[in-house]
Design a protein around this ligand. Structure first.
Ligand code: ADP
Length: 426
């Protein structure tokens, strides 16, 4: 039909060769609108750090509808969500060099669909904020959830144990998502992944807590430049270090010196972990990322049991085939504890040259993906070995923030996006 219409050269180009057409592989906001003309348009957005990174569309309409979807998504791409929300029918028409009056409604359909997608994105946030307020304004006594385990004492529980469990559950109840970061052994980059995951979520506007529960090697204070920080609070109420959007708690804050070793025996260790988890006053959080002790022994087991229900675990590994054994152990560990495996991250996957940026597969890569497929769990992505990651960790700043534009930071953010998809699918 548009062949007969007198379209401007720009509109004709977008109608015949539309940009951003088709559903994307990844998105975190979606809108679908059917206009009075009967055409249906769909728009998908990938929003990161408050910026519309990618926008794409489909339409059941013909040329002018395609031109408007193409232009609306092109105008939105790269814009801050608030600026993107200003794109209306007139902006789309203007950018297309106008449209014949009888098809101007196509620009309104595109503007409304874009708005629906942006609203869906905003609503995700608002729902979470409302959830937080609901939880925040509520005490266990006024909470209507009669099935909540914090309300009932178990038959084999002493008064003191019940009081402890209740306190812990009340604190954790105000946290929307709890994610464990696990690894079959130390040194694979578990803490690095936990830190960068937490910071990437914070950069995306979520309120995040990062708990360093690695009782023997708490490294997060060093990785975030927080050595020497003191934890404040009343007895029984530890306030995490608040970095604005990111709250951090580590056993390392209780060591007088970075080289002090934590030598606790079995029951003491469990008691310390329990007290630590129970007493941290996180307040309301969207995400709590827990850097678990490595391995599949008593310590990660205690962390899992104390945290109770979690959204799932991210298992960090390295590319070599031998590392697959550790992933297997971690996945079986999660399955035994009924902790969903959100996915496997392959860290130190190839080497990024600091001079030319070239990626070389030093260790044979693909082990993480292979074992994830083998075990029937998602593969979240790979992070290369990048000297700047190690340097950032040593110097006390989060790599994903400091080198936000680097390909390695991009790989980290892709993992976060993949994680969002896994969480949505639960
Ligand atoms: P884990 O928590 O598994 O013991 P860490 O996160 O402490 O491991 O990482 C071990 C060392 O490897 C640290 O010095 C860290 O900076 C470095 N490291 C981790 N991931 C990478 C990476 N992708 N590139 C370069 N160095 C890394």
């Amino acid at each position: 039909m548009h062949e007969e219409l007198d379209l401007s050269p720009v509109a004709r180009e977008h109608a015949s060769r539309p940009l951003n057409e088709g559903p994307p592989p990844r998105f975190n906001a979606y809108g679908r609108v059917t206009g009075p003309c009967g055409d249906t348009m769909e728009i998908w957005l990938l929003v990161q750090d408050g910026i519309v990174e990618r926008a794409s569309f489909t339409t059941t309409g013909c040329g002018p509808s395609r031109a408007c979807g193409s232009m609306a998504t092109s105008l939105a791409s790269g814009k801050d969500v608030r600026e993107a929300a200003q794109i209306g029918q007139q902006e789309i028409l203007k950018a297309l060099g106008g449209l014949p009056a009888e098809v101007e409604h196509c620009a309104l359909l595109a503007a409304n669909t874009l708005k629906a997608a942006l609203d869906a994105y905003g609503k995700g946030r608002t729902d979470r904020a409302a959830h937080r307020m609901h939880k925040a304004g509520q005490s266990c006594e006024t909470c209507p959830d009669e099935t909540c385990s914090a309300k009932k004492r178990k038959s084999d529980e002493s008064d003191a144990d019940f009081a402890d469990r209740r306190k812990l559950e009340q604190r954790l109840c105000r946290i929307k998502h709890k994610i464990l970061v696990l690894s079959g052994k130390g040194g694979v980059g578990k803490s690095t992944v936990a830190v960068n995951l937490a910071v990437a979520l914070m950069m995306d506007g979520w309120s995040v807590g990062l708990l360093d529960a690695d009782i023997h090697g708490p490294s997060i204070p060093t990785m975030l430049g927080l050595e020497g920080e003191r934890v404040e609070g009343e007895p029984g109420e530890l306030l995490p270090v608040d970095l604005g959007g990111l709250k951090v708690m580590s056993l390392g804050f209780f060591l007088r010196h970075r080289d002090d070793a934590v030598i606790w025996r079995g029951p003491m260790k469990m008691g310390a972990l329990k007290q630590f988890l129970k007493d941290v006053a996180w307040g309301d959080l969207d995400y709590l990322i827990v850097d678990s002790p490595p391995g599949t022994g008593d310590e990660p087991l205690s962390v899992c049991q104390l945290l109770g229900s979690v959204d799932g675990a991210v298992v960090v590994t390295t590319p070599q085939k031998v590392a697959a054994v550790d992933v297997r152990k971690s996945v079986s560990f999660c399955r035994q504890l009924k902790v969903p495996v959100l996915g496997v991250v392959e860290n130190m996957s190839g080497f990024v040259c600091p001079h030319c940026g070239k990626h070389t597969p030093v260790l044979k890569s693909g082990g993480g993906r292979g074992i994830a497929e083998d075990m029937g769990v998602p593969f979240l992505g790979a992070i290369p070995m990048d000297p700047q990651v190690a340097e950032a960790g040593d110097d006390g700043y989060a790599f994903v923030h400091r080198y936000a534009k680097s390909p390695t930071a991009g790989a980290m953010r892709d993992i976060v996006e993949q994680l969002f998809l896994e969480l949505q699918e639960e």
